[in-house]
Design a protein around this ligand. Structure first.
Ligand code: SAM
Length: 284
C-alpha cells in the first residue's frame, strides 16, 4: 500500500492537485483494492472498458494492461492533463472530458466495439459518490450493450442496490437493478483506502447484465413509475400511496383492485416482490 500512497502523493504534488470534494474526489491508495476491482471485473483483451471518473489514473493503469481498449470519462480538466501525460505510451487509451451523465454511451459503445473489433463492453469505476444513483440508473435504463458493471460506491447505497426486492433494505432502485442485472457484493472497503478519506464506508459491487429480464412486463415505463410512487411515500400503506400519487383515482377503486389481485389492504410497497408489482401493473 505504501507504494501507491507515495505515487498518488507524488502525482498530486507534481500537478498541484488538491482533491475537489464537490466532484467526489477520493483517490484510491490501496493496491489490494485496485487488484480486487480489476480481478472481479474479469476483463480481457477483447473487451472495451469504460472507466467513469479515472481521476489520477490509479485504476486506469491496471485496466490498460488487461483490456483491449479503455475509454475514460472524466469531468475535471486537471485530470485530463495528468492522464494524457501518464498514459502517452499506451495506444489503447482514450479520455473524454465530459460529464458522464451527458455522454451518449450507446453510440460510444457501438462505435468503439466496431472500430476496434472488440467483443464486449464492461464498466469499471470508483464512482463519484454524489451522483451514484443517477449514474447507475443511466447505465441500466439506457439499455446499453454491456456485459457487466463493476463499481465502488458507498456501502449504504450498495446494500440497497444488491438487496432482494421485498427485503427490508429494498428501495425503488432495488427493483430496477434486479430487473436489469444480477448483483453481487465483491468487497467492503475501509475509509483509509483513499486520500482524502471519505466520510462513509465503501463497497465494490458487480452487476452482471441479464440477457433476458427475470419477468415479463408489458409497459416498463409504467411499471417503474408505479414502483417509484409506491416508495415515495414509504410510511403510507401502498393503497394510500397509490391514491395520493394519482395512480388510482380513489380508495374505492383501489380496494377493488387490491381485492381482485389478493393484496392485503394494509400492505406496504416495500414488502412487495417484483412479481407483485408486475401483477399490480397489469391490473391498473
Ligand atoms: N478513479 C480514481 C481513483 O479510484 O482514484 C478517482 C475516483 S473519484 C472517487 C471520482 C472521480 O470522478 C473523480 O476523478 C471526479 O473528478 C470524477 N467525476 C466527478 N463527477 C463526474 C462526472 N459527472 N462525470 C465524469 N467524471 C466525474
Amino acid at each position: 500500500m505504501e507504494n501507491l500512497i507515495e505515487k498518488t502523493r507524488y502525482i498530486m504534488k507534481k500537478y498541484g492537485i488538491t482533491a475537489n470534494k464537490s466532484l467526489g474526489q477520493n483517490f484510491l491508495i490501496n493496491q489490494e483494492v485496485v487488484n480486487k476491482i480489476v480481478d472481479s471485473s474479469n476483463i480481457n483483451k477483447e473487451d472495451l472498458v469504460i472507466e467513469i471518473g479515472p481521476g489520477l489514473g490509479t485504476l486506469t493503469e491496471e485496466l490498460l494492461q488487461n483490456a483491449g481498449r479503455v475509454v475514460a470519462i472524466e469531468l475535471d480538466k486537471r485530470m485530463i492533463t495528468i492522464l494524457t501525460d501518464r498514459f502517452v505510451a499506451y495506444n489503447n487509451f482514450e479520455v473524454i472530458n465530459q460529464d458522464v451523465l451527458k455522454v451518449n454511451l450507446n453510440e460510444l459503445i457501438e462505435n468503439y466495439k466496431k472500430q476496434y473489433n472488440l467483443k464486449s463492453a464492461k464498466i469499471v469505476a470508483n464512482l463519484p459518490y454524489y451522483i451514484t444513483t443517477p449514474i447507475i440508473m443511466k447505465l441500466l435504463e439506457d439499455k446499453l450493450d454491456l456485459e457487466s458493471i463493476t463499481v465502488m460506491i458507498q456501502k449504504e447505497v450498495a446494500d440497497r442496490l444488491i438487496a432482494t426486492p421485498g427485503d427490508k433494505l429494498s428501495g425503488a432502485i432495488t427493483y430496477a437493478v434486479y430487473y436489469y442485472a444480477e448483483a453481487e457484493n465483491v468487497m467492503i472497503v475501509d475509509n483509509n483506502s483513499f486520500i482524502p478519506e471519505p466520510e462513509v464506508t465503501s463497497e465494490v459491487i458487480k452487476l452482471k447484465i441479464r440477457k433476458v429480464p427475470p419477468i415479463k412486463i408489458k409497459n416498463e415505463e409504467k411499471f417503474f413509475k408505479l414502483i417509484k410512487i409506491s416508495f415515495m411515500q414509504r410510511r403510507k400503506t401502498l393503497l394510500n400511496a397509490l391514491v395520493n400519487g394519482g395512480v388510482i383515482n380513489n380508495k374505492e377503486e383501489a380496494k377493488n383492485i387490491f381485492e381482485k389481485i389478493g393484496f392485503d389492504l394494509n400492505v406496504r410497497g416495500e414488502s412487495l416482490t417484483i412479481e407483485d408489482f408486475a401483477k399490480l401493473e397489469e391490473n391498473l
